[in-house]
Design a protein around this ligand. Structure first.
Ligand code: ATP
Length: 251
């Protein structure tokens, strides 16, 4: 497998505070790679450094063979970064927003084709502020695809979404990966990481404490003799919710 991102001994200090303490990891081309960890672990800081949006204290980062220190602008051209949904002009409609972003990238795109990919064609003329939370997230993912990036970065893309919208977004992200784009994602939902991620790095206080596929990590824990304290039922409350309210999007 080809490495598309190489992070070596990455360090970030905010004043005297050490937020990232020498992270090293690789991301392979075509995988969904998850960064997991408690609040304040250093996930967003790490992502933003790779995205060229934040300076590092030391260490090296290479993205698709491009050195972060020497060619940050070349890196910007081949990545797609999900904006926080507050970053969109609320009064522009979706087509106008896509055209605006396409202009910034110096690209010509068909907004409707892009909106189709995220099931928002019927909202083409809706203003951003008129979208539901799930629709806003899907739209923000669509905007990461405008420059046909090799890699997209998604920072907690399903926070605040209902179970149907989360599942829909998982399918969307898998579809993007299946079309050949590498995906880096942060999430606080372990079910999401287990379903979506080919590999995950678990970060704790700025250090990687585990890195493998979700399956491998679970097997390793079980091999230590770990058992869940309670017998697990054949279904959980989320299964009940989906059973009662269906899988289709409600927006
Ligand atoms: N601009 C900044 N100045 C000072 N400290 C910062 C700054 N940005 C982040 N930090 C600190 O660095 C640490 C890591 O923050 P970061 O946002 O990377 O964590 P995170 O893992 O993404 O957390 P969360 O899950 O809450 O989003 C935190 O302790 C945070 O308070």
């Amino acid at each position: 497998m080809n490495k598309i991102i190489e992070v070596r001994e990455l360090v970030k200090h905010y004043g005297s505070f050490k937020a990232v303490k020498g992270l090293s990891f690789d991301v392979y081309e075509g995988e969904i790679f998850g960064l997991l960890g408690p609040n304040g672990a250093g996930k967003s800081t790490t992502l933003e450094i790779i995205e060229t949006l934040r300076g590092k204290t030391s260490g090296s980062v290479t993205v698709a063979g491009l050195d972060l220190d020497r060619e940050p602008n070349e890196i910007k051209k081949i990545i797609g970064v999900q904006l926080q949904t507050s970053g969109f002009y609320p009064n522009l409609n979706l087509v106008q927003l896509i055209e605006l972003f396409a202009g910034l990238y110096n690209r010509t795109v068909d907004p409707l084709v892009l909106l189709d990919q995220v099931q928002l064609r019927d909202k083409a003329k809706a203003k951003f502020k008129e979208l539901s939370g799930g629709q806003k997230q899907r739209f923000s993912i669509a905007t990461t695809l405008i420059n046909e990036p090799k890699i997209i970065f998604l920072d907690e893309p399903t926070t605040g979404l209902d179970p149907q919208a989360r599942r829909n977004l998982w399918d969307l992200v898998r579809g993007i990966r299946d079309r050949g784009t590498t995906v880096i994602i942060t999430t606080h939902y372990m079910d999401e990481a287990e379903y979506l991620c080919d590999r995950v790095a678990i970060i704790e206080s700025g250090e990687i404490v585990a890195l493998a596929s979700p399956d491998q990590l679970v097997d390793e824990l079980v091999a230590t003799g770990f058992e869940r304290p309670k017998e697990v039922k054949k279904a959980n409350l989320e299964d009940v919710f989906i059973h009662l309210t269906g899988k289709s999007l409600r927006e």
